[in-house]
Design a protein around this ligand. Structure first.
Ligand code: B12
Length: 426
């Protein structure tokens, strides 16, 4: 009898863990989660609402640290958005991420207000107004004031907060899908298709576009096809950094977890290879690895949450600059087409930013400035020329002709190469 019980027990154990090495996945998720939590400690500048979302959509929590971060969002991010609103700057993406972050902590959004021209209105009222301004801009100039990624975020945030989404807002997004307007530089923006997919799926589930269900279904099925067609041989959808949002969108649109298995595995491989060291990247990947999407916020109740996530102290690692130097050539192509080429030897493994700083110190003809953003420092001015978002221009970065998939802090110079920094329109 006893051997039978043991065999039955073993069988039950094996069948509860089909080919899935659940243990190793758990350790990986925990370590990503800890890195995300740890990023709050050294955070310079504004608290990051996307990091809050990533933490709150996890299965593991450190409730004290999360509530401390929520307070920072309600003070510092709130003040920053208030000042953008006062200065009439388009702010739909930040407002949307702030709403989603509050929602992820089950905070009552109706208690949050902003005051513009002495009139105090709720966060969601301001978000609706920002969407209206974006929509007007699409009507006049055929593009949003910000971009379709932020427009989708705005729609998603209103929808998951239970606000009846304006059918014209949804219609503009549906048309943009139809006309394939989601671009990132020259390439298609998988991130934007994913965000639009989550927004439109929420609209569908809420019955906010019942008058033309066929049009909405067509857009959703086009988005699903775009995402599936962007799957690379290694499982990533688009690139390493768009895969998290793409998997979130596919899950939200009803694709089975098994249908996303290759992309999940690709993200785990990237995570093991330390590709996701930027907290912003972890914040978009972690929900997907937990098989969740931003849409799950609609039904989040914040009850009976785990509170087991702890941070073990880590010894500070001091990375000394490498003795080995590599040659970094930098070509700057201005708006006029005029090009200048510089060269500097940098310690192997330096960030592009460190390399540019060395070059600036050695070559007075080369200058640059950066701005902060949720992804880190963004290159905004080179040799005195600004590539302005208001003019739909940016400094495009490439290495030996291949566009970089990371910014100036995350990209490391490991071998001799030519970096091209080109004033580019979009
Ligand atoms: C729209 C967009 C752009 C637009 C931004 C302008 C605009 N108004 O539309 C343009 C086309 C200019 C752009 C440029 C670049 N982008 Co971009 N971008 C995005 C996208 C789709 C949405 C960003 C957004 O609006 N977020 C919402 C708002 C609320 O957050 P925010 O932080 O305030 O947004 C600002 C910053 O994100 C900044 N920004 C945009 N891209 C990047 C990239 C980096 C590295 C940094 C530091 C900042 C930054 O512009 C945003 C608007 O003001 C994201 C997708 C994503 N998953 O986040 C990719 C994304 C952030 N971009 C990316 C990259 C790689 C770039 C470039 C480095 C590409 C290149 N080879 O040149 C350049 C930046 C170069 C530089 N000068 O420093 C990667 C970053 C991955 C990483 N690990 O760092 C992402 C994740 C796309 C991807 N999956 O590859 N981008």
């Amino acid at each position: 009898m006893l051997p039978l019980v043991i065999i039955a027990g073993l069988l039950a154990f094996v069948s509860s863990k089909p080919c899935d090495t659940a243990g190793s996945h758990h350790a990986l998720l925990l370590s990503l989660n800890q890195n995300l939590l740890r990023s709050l400690e050294g955070q310079e500048g504004l608290p990051n609402p996307s990091v809050h979302l990533g933490l709150r959509l996890s299965d593991y929590h450190n409730l004290d640290k999360e509530s401390e971060h929520l307070n920072k969002l309600k003070n510092d991010l709130h003040d920053d958005i208030q000042s953008s609103l006062t200065n009439n700057q388009p702010v739909v993406g930040s407002l949307a991420l702030y709403s989603l972050a509050l929602k992820s902590s089950c905070y009552d959004l109706n208690t949050i207000t902003f005051t513009v021209s002495e009139s105090s209105k709720t966060l969601l009222t301001h978000l609706k107004k920002q969407m209206e301004l974006e929509r007007e801009n699409i009507a006049f100039s055929h593009r949003p004031l910000t971009n379709y990624y932020q427009y989708s975020l705005g729609l998603l945030a209103l929808c998951v907060s239970g606000v009846r989404v304006n059918i014209h807002d949804s219609h503009k997004l549906i048309k943009a899908v139809e006309h394939e307007l989601f671009k990132h530089g020259d390439a298609e923006s998988v991130d934007t298709y994913a965000m639009a997919g989550m927004a439109l799926q929420c609209v569908k589930d809420s019955g906010f576009y019942a008058h033309n269900a066929v049009e909405l279904d067509t857009a959703l099925s086009n988005i699903k096809q775009k995402l599936l067609a962007s799957r690379r041989a290694d499982g990533h959808i688009g690139n390493e950094f768009s895969t998290g949002l793409a998997v979130q969108a596919l899950l939200a649109m009803g694709v089975e977890v098994s249908g996303c298995a290759a992309s999940m595995e690709a993200m785990r491989t990237s995570a093991r290879g330390n590709i996701y060291h930027n907290p912003m990247a972890i914040s978009q990947v972690l929900p997907a690895l937990h098989k969740k999407s931003y849409l799950t916020l609609r039904r989040k109740d914040c009850l009976n949450e785990d509170n087991s996530l702890v941070l073990e102290p880590v010894d500070p690692v001091v990375v000394l600059p490498s003795e080995t130097k590599v040659k970094m050539m930098v070509e700057v192509v201005m708006l006029s087409g005029a090009a200048a080429v510089y060269s500097v030897d940098v310690p192997k493994g330096s960030s592009l930013l460190e390399g540019l700083e060395l070059l600036k110190g050695k070559n007075p003809g080369f200058t640059f400035e950066k701005e902060s953003s949720l992804w880190g420092p963004y290159l905004s001015v080179v040799n005195g020329e600004q590539a302005r978002q208001s003019d739909r221009r940016y400094w495009n970065l490439s290495s030996d002709g291949t566009a970089l998939t990371e910014g100036i802090v995350d990209f490391k110079i490991e071998a001799a190469q030519k970096i091209t920094i080109k004033n580019t329109g979009y």
